[in-house]
Design a binder for this molecule. Structure first.
Ligand code: GDP
Length: 444
């Protein structure tokens, strides 16, 4: 699986901080050393690693304790933010010309996945935007490349322009563009030749095609499996051509992650798409933030943290967290918490964002919908103020009274109190820095 080692090593580095309220210099140093080694081992470019580690260190030092986030969680968030920034922050869309056709020229070494990517991307535009692309087969050095493109075009019902292997690729491109003008295609993809490594003849040919075709986009295809080499190749191409975007292929393979993390930083060129399989549909827009989460093996916990920070009144949240920590979280807080969570969207979706939470027995039966929530509220409202503050008081005879008061069966009252107890225990563990769920999810 892609990123496996990196994920494991990063999680291990940060796990050492689990349970700490504040981070001291020594802990930070040790963690940063581990993060640095993890990145280098994943084949991330040396300069990128240096910059990354410096930035994380600075941010960690300056970080104040945010309400509700302990040291380990804060470092996770800082590392996540920095991973996202390193990979370019935002998804960058494909360039589009004001007039038709938009010309997309492909470049890359042989075997990187150029031809496959042409078909995938053209198919995506056809599927999603009802585009009418034309594919120009200009890779005359690998005879199979033209056949391959023609077969893909036939399967996907996308026209392919080819003139065999005996014509100069420059001529093929000129004729192909004329054909596209005639047929009013809105996108033209030029599949160019690759070599096993960058050489002068290849670059000159590509430069000539660039001049002839005035592409709106020059997409460089690089194979993620080649790690550090992928970054060097990208730099080599970017030096010679006006590369506008990168497609990182074979991310479904056993890649260590170096290319995904280095390319943007080293070349300044955005990764626009990632190939994640051999099928025509296996191409995805590259979202730096989602890739960061994936590298950290964290599901959507960060979305949840941010959502919580955004939606929940900070002071109230801090006081509730303090109560959870001290195990004095009561039924008043329970209802307040449920109300907040309800405002944030479907409860189940939110809970599933918490690593390890999806399988938590305390939540298995919780499954709150609007109606059930009202029932829970009715039961809590039947409690005396003393009972709300001290759930221990609620003995069997009080439970019967609550059931009668709320008009709910006694089993429901019992179930709620049990769930409350489990929830309280779980919250207490979580707020005291128990990363059990996270560790499990990260395979630690
Ligand atoms: P080109 O020489 O650059 O045109 O490379 P090709 O498009 O022929 O791709 C080389 C090989 O890589 C082919 O076997 C493709 O099926 C495979 N390939 C391309 N992209 C991906 C990808 O994202 N994932 C996987 N697993 N294989 C890919």
């Amino acid at each position: 699986m892609a990123f496996e080692n990196l994920t494991e090593r990063l999680s291990k580095a940060m796990k050492n901080l689990t349970g700490r309220g504040r981070i001291n210099d020594e802990d930070l140093q040790a963690t940063m050393r581990e993060i640095r080694l993890a990145l280098l081992e994943a084949d991330v470019n040396y300069t990128t690693v240096k910059k990354f580690v410096n930035n994380v260190r600075q941010k960690a030092k300056g970080a104040d304790i945010m309400s509700g986030l302990n040291a380990a969680q804060q470092i996770v968030k800082i590392v996540n933010d920095e991973l996202t920034a390193t990979m370019g922050e935002e998804a960058v869309p494909l360039n589009k010309s004001d007039k038709i056709p938009t010309v997309i020229m492909m470049a890359g070494l042989q075997g990187a996945g150029k031809t496959t990517t042409v078909a995938k991307l053209a198919y995506k535009l056809k599927r999603e935007d009802h585009a009418r692309p034309l594919l120009i087969a200009a890779d005359v050095y690998r005879p199979a490349a033209i056949d391959q493109l023609e077969i893909l075009g036939r399967d996907l019902e996308i026209p392919v322009f080819s003139m065999g292997t005996d014509v100069d690729p420059r001529e093929i491109v000129k004729a192909g563009l004329a054909k596209a003008a005639q047929d009013k295609n809105d996108y033209v993809f030029i599949d160019t030749a690759g070599r096993l490594q960058i050489d002068q003849t290849l670059m000159q040919e590509l430069k000539d095609i660039e001049v002839i075709a005035h592409p709106d986009e020059i997409l460089l295809t690089v194979d993620a499996m080649t790690g550090q080499n992928a970054t060097e190749t990208a730099q080599g191409f970017a030096d010679a051509l006006d590369i506008t975007g990168v497609v990182l292929t074979k991310l479904d393979g056993d890649t260590r992650g170096g290319a995904a993390l280095s390319i943007r930083d080293v070349t300044g060129k955005p990764i626009k798409f990632v190939g994640q399989g051999e099928k025509p549909t296996d191409l995805d827009v590259f979202y730096p933030d989602r890739m960061a989460s994936r590298i950290l093996g964290m599901g959507d916990i960060l979305t949840l943290i941010e959502k919580t920070q955004r939606e929940v009144d900070e002071k109230q949240q801090a006081s509730q967290l303090e109560k959870m920590r001290q195990n004095t979280f009561d039924f008043n807080d329970f209802v307040a918490q449920l109300q907040q969570v309800q405002n944030m969207g479907p409860m189940e979706d939110l809970l599933k964002m918490i690593p390890g939470m999806a399988n938590n027995p305390a939540l298995a039966n919780l499954n709150l919908d609007e109606k059930q929530f009202k029932h829970l509220e009715a039961i809590v409202q039947s409690m005396t103020p003393a009972e709300r503050e001290d759930p221990e008081l609620i003995n069997p005879s009080r439970r019967r009274r609550l059931a009668a008061g709320a008009g709910r069966p006694i089993v429901e009252v019992n179930r709620m109190i049990k769930q409350f107890d489990q929830m309280r225990k779980m919250m207490n563990q979580a707020t005291n820095g128990n990363f059990g769920g996270l560790e499990k999810m990260m395979g630690g």
